[in-house]
Design a protein around this ligand. Structure first.
Ligand code: FES
Ligand SMILES: [Fe+2]
Length: 469
């Protein structure tokens, strides 16, 4: 009987010892103070309204992934609060985005989640718009005065930029360019070769809390032993925490190893979750002789060898840690991406159009398909049977309303159940505001940045090209 042999290493904050300045290295320290914010930010309509005045229209939002709109005419609709956007691949290969609003009387022009089109026809009076937003046809045009339609009112464009296979939009014509605003270190997203992954699953469920209550829950691993005890045998909850500029952040979570708190009966006492990860890496458990101290390293070695054999060249840009661990990455304001060598999952905490006590948990799962018997979808993706992972079909969005338990896997359901209780408690007169500890440094960093927007501390950037509404 004893504890994990690595216990001595696990003092918080975890420092993996990677060189400062490398993608894996620790970020410089940030002092975000010890303020205790007023909890009304989580439920008041006033704060929700301020977010719509000062935050949402000014930030870059993830609207799509390029893998979902590879061919000219491929489009997808992005919903965010009461706004909606059509993101569409152009004939020249570029990508444009438009408000999903007919210029005639405001009808939603596109009423499906995704597809391929040569033009968009509004269902109300059949005005037709090209994929580049131009107005192609007004039905009975001679019955309109030229003063109303002579300027050919097309779809209203929003700024749209792409980075590492991810498409961002910004409603603010004066916002800084995406690259300037991006808080992640240069090359961080690019290392994963996201363009060569396929969008294989897209789910959206309605959760009973404010969007920030959701972000807070996913921005720390402090809750893991308590909310997700089943992960204790296979994931270390003490993470390396990095705080980047503009509210971005990252935690590195060691996978394939017992938590330092987890008892070790004997050196071959491998957790079921670790066995699954070993198998995912292509290791034959029947012949595997490693101990609890070897598993994480052996997963890295096996994946490295397999990548060489299969010619997965982007692995050369990934550190050994990236092959085993989760690089859990926060893109301000409302996105977290679980970054893994085989795939990524993009979680968007989408504000509800009218209700501060609700948000939509939107999850896009991307996977790099490799046609080899020794390679399969990792178990952490919790992929249901029957999903096409080859990239041949574009998935529909699977949706669940607030009172349906979403089919998003056992770990995420635990978070889904939790946030409704947190939201209720936060609203009590007895709650005086969140007391964030060092393991919750990313949560504080995120709220500090939200406040900078709400309080007007971030001045508008100089005008850049692009469209405003
Ligand atoms: S509202 Fe779109 S054609 Fe009339
Ligand atoms: Fe969780």
């Amino acid at each position: 009987m004893g504890n994990n042999p690595d216990t001595g290493k696990f003092k918080f904050p975890l420092d993996l010892g990677a060189p400062v300045g490398s993608l894996e290295g620790r970020s410089p320290a940030v002092d975000n103070g010890l303020d205790i914010p007023d909890p009304s930010r989580y439920y008041s309509r006033e704060f929700m309204e301020k977010e719509w005045q000062h935050l949402w229209p000014r930030v870059w939002l993830i609207a799509a992934v390029t893998a979902d709109i590879r061919e000219p005419g491929d489009f997808t609709v992005f919903e965010h609060g009461h706004e909606e956007f059509i993101v569409v691949r152009q004939d020249d290969g570029s990508i444009k985005a438009f408000y999903n609003v007919c210029s005639h009387r405001g009808n939603r022009v596109c009423q499906v989640d995704r597809g391929t089109a040569s033009s968009f026809t509004c269902a109300f009076h059949s005005w037709e718009f090209g994929c580049n937003g131009t107005l192609n046809k007004i039905v009975d045009e001679e019955t309109f005065n030229k003063k109303l339609v002579g300027h050919r009112p097309g779809l209203t464009e929003v700024r749209c930029e792409t980075l590492a296979g991810i498409v961002f939009i910004n409603m603010d014509g004066n916002a800084p360019p995406l690259k300037e605003w991006m808080g992640l270190p240069e090359g961080y997203l690019e290392a994963y070769d996201i363009e060569n992954m396929n969008l294989v699953r897209h789910t959206r469920s309605e959760w009973k809390s404010n969007w920030k209550t959701g972000v807070d829950t996913f921005y720390e691993s402090y809750h893991l032993p308590h909310v997700h005890p089943q992960t204790q045998g296979a994931i270390e909850e003490f993470s390396q925490i990095d705080l980047y500029k503009n509210g971005f952040g990252r935690m590195i979570m060691w996978f394939g190893i017992k938590s330092h708190r987890h008892p070790v009966e004997h050196e071959r006492d491998l957790d079921e979750g670790v066995k699954v990860m070993l198998r995912d890496a292509g290791i034959d458990l029947a012949t595997y002789s490693g101990t609890v101290a070897d598993t994480r390293r052996d997963i890295q070695i096996a994946k490295r060898e397999r990548a060489k054999r299969l010619g997965l060249s982007n692995y050369e840009r990934l550190t050994d840690g990236q092959l085993s661990d989760g690089w859990i990455t926060g893109l301000f304001p409302n996105v977290q991406i679980g970054m893994h060598a085989e795939g990524i999952f993009i979680m968007r905490f989408v504000p509800h159009p009218t209700d501060p006590d609700r948000f939509f948990y939107d999850n896009m799962l991307l996977y790099r398909h490799v046609d080899d018997p020794n390679y399969a979808v990792p178990a952490w993706m919790a992929m249901p049977d029957g999903i096409d992972v080859t990239g041949e079909t574009r998935p529909d969005i699977e949706r669940w309303s607030a009172d349906e338990s979403p089919g998003i896997g056992p770990v995420l359901i635990q978070d889904y159940d939790l946030v409704a209780h947190v939201q209720r408690g936060i609203k009590s007169r007895g709650f005086k505001g969140p007391l964030w500890g060092d393991q919750e440094a990313r949560v504080r960093h995120f709220h500090r940045e939200v406040d900078r927007y709400i309080k007007g501390e971030i001045p508008p950037a100089n005008a850049t090209e692009g469209t405003d509404r």
